[in-house]
Ligand binder design. Sequence first.
Ligand code: R1P
Ligand code: URA
Length: 286
Amino acid sequence: NTKVGNATNANFPVDDDGVVYHLGVARDGLAPRVLTVGDYGRAEKLRDKLLDANTKVTTTQHRGFHIHTGTYKGVRVSIVSIGMGTPMMDFLVREGRFVGVGPMAIVRYGTCGSLRDVPVGSLAIAKDCVLIRRNPDHWHPAAAAAGDVKPYDISLPWEGDSELISKLTDAFKTEIPDRKVIVGTNATADSFYSSQGRQDSNFDDHNQDLIDQILKRYPEASTLEMESFQLYHMAARSIAVPIKAAAATIILANRIDNTFLDNDTKVKLEVEGGRACLEALIKIDL
Ligand code: R1P
Ligand code: URA
C-alpha cells in the first residue's frame, strides 16, 4: 500500500517523491498502455491470469486505485481498477497522464446495460460517448415554478480513437468468436439509477421517458454505464501528449427485456474480454 507524503501544490498535489495524490504512484508508475476496469476483483483476475509470470507489481492506494503493472506477451502494461463514476476516471486520466511517459493508450473494459435487444453476455464497443446528467435545478422550487429546466441533460458525443477501436473490435471477434459484438454510442450516466432511466418509487426522479429521449436524439445509443464518456472526452482534450482511448463492455443488463447476466458467464467474459483488450493495447502504435 503506497503512502503519499506531504503534497506541496494545491493546484496539482504531488509529494516530494513526485507521487500524485490519488493514484499513489510517481513518474513511470503507470505503463503507457493501460487497461482500466471498475471492479477490483476483475483487475486482480486479469493480472493473475493474463500478465506474464514474474513481471507483476501491484500498488494500492487509500483512495481505492489498484495498479497492477507487468508485461503481456513481453509488452509493459498496467491494469488499473478505479471503482465507479466519472470522477474516478478523471483521476486516472489526469494523474495517469502526469506520471505516464510519452504517448499513452487507455482501454476501459466494464459492464453495462443495453438499450438494444441483444442477449445479455453480448459485448459492446463504444464508437463514441454522450454524458447523461441529472440537473437538480429541475426540482428546485425557484426553477420548478418557471417549469423550464429539464430533469436530465444529454450532451453532445465525443469519439474514441478510431484505430484503437478498430483493433479492439478485431480482437473481440478473434478472441471470443461465439459472442455477439455490437458497436454503437455509449451513454455514460451520473447514476446507476435515475440517469439510466431506472424506476425507483422511493425517489422523485422524473425519468419515465429518459431512455426514449436518449434513443430519439441518438438512435445508435447502445449502452448505459458510468465512466467511458470521461475517458473519451479527457483523452480528446489531452493537448500536451496524446492519449488514445477505447472502451468496451460486457452487456450485463438488457434494459428492454429486463434480463441480467449470470455470474459464471460474467467471470468467463471478464477474462476472455480482458485478453482481447490487452491484445488491442499491445498492437496499437504509440
Ligand atoms: C455499476 O454497477 C458499475 O458497473 C459498470 C458501471 O460503469 C459502473 O461503474 O462498470 P464496471 O463494470 O467497470 O464497474
Ligand atoms: N453498469 C451500469 O452502469 N448499468 C447497468 O445497467 C449495468 C452495469
